[in-house]
Design a protein around this ligand. Structure first.
Ligand code: 5GP
Length: 152
């Protein structure tokens, strides 16, 4: 086998390893507690170094379309403050921030046209819930009949 052949084979294997490790990293879960990491994608959306399709905004919260929608309507509603999950938000956010986030959830549902047809709100916190972005976010899902989550 020529040197060129061997080098190109090595290059292909190396690229595949990099690609697959990126794919794993994309779905890595994060802890619900700990220091806030301001390099996470939602922190970058908030300082506008990363683009997002914003659908609603108030003083302390913002809503934008999920980059990989799992339903006809899939919007993420987040506080503007630096909170990893409901753990720190529920204990450290001001009353104004809490009210603003709850109002943003209702206003976003209205804006997306799902307040009458129905919608689901999900906030994953930590590893067991498969949280992947360490900034509190509510998934607002709707626009079609969604799967039932049984809790009995
Ligand atoms: P989690 O698994 O943490 O509950 O959900 C994170 C969500 O954020 C996923 O649905 C994922 O598609 C979405 N997401 C990850 N990165 C970005 C991004 O850069 N922009 C937007 N708009 N959504 C993102």
């Amino acid at each position: 086998m020529s040197l060129l052949h061997r080098t190109s084979k090595l290059f292909i294997v190396f690229s595949l390893v990099i690609l697959s490790s990126n794919a794993i990293a994309e779905h890595e879960t994060v802890a619900s507690t700990g220091q806030y990491d301001d390099s996470n994608p939602f922190a970058r959306i908030l300082v506008k170094t990363l683009k997002a399709d914003i659908v609603f905004e108030n003083k302390h919260a913002i809503a934008f379309h999920d980059i990989a929608p799992k339903a006809a309507v899939h919007v993420l509603v987040i506080p503007k403050g630096e909170y990893r999950s409901m753990v720190d938000f529920s204990t450290q956010a001001s009353d104004d921030e809490i009210v603003a986030l709850v109002r943003a959830l209702g206003e976003t549902a209205k804006k997306m046209g799902v307040s009458d047809s129905g919608f689901k709100l999900i906030a994953n916190a930590g590893h067991d819930a498969n949280q992947t972005v360490p900034h509190l976010h509510f998934h607002l899902l709707g626009g079609e009949k969604l799967e039932c989550i049984s809790v009995d």
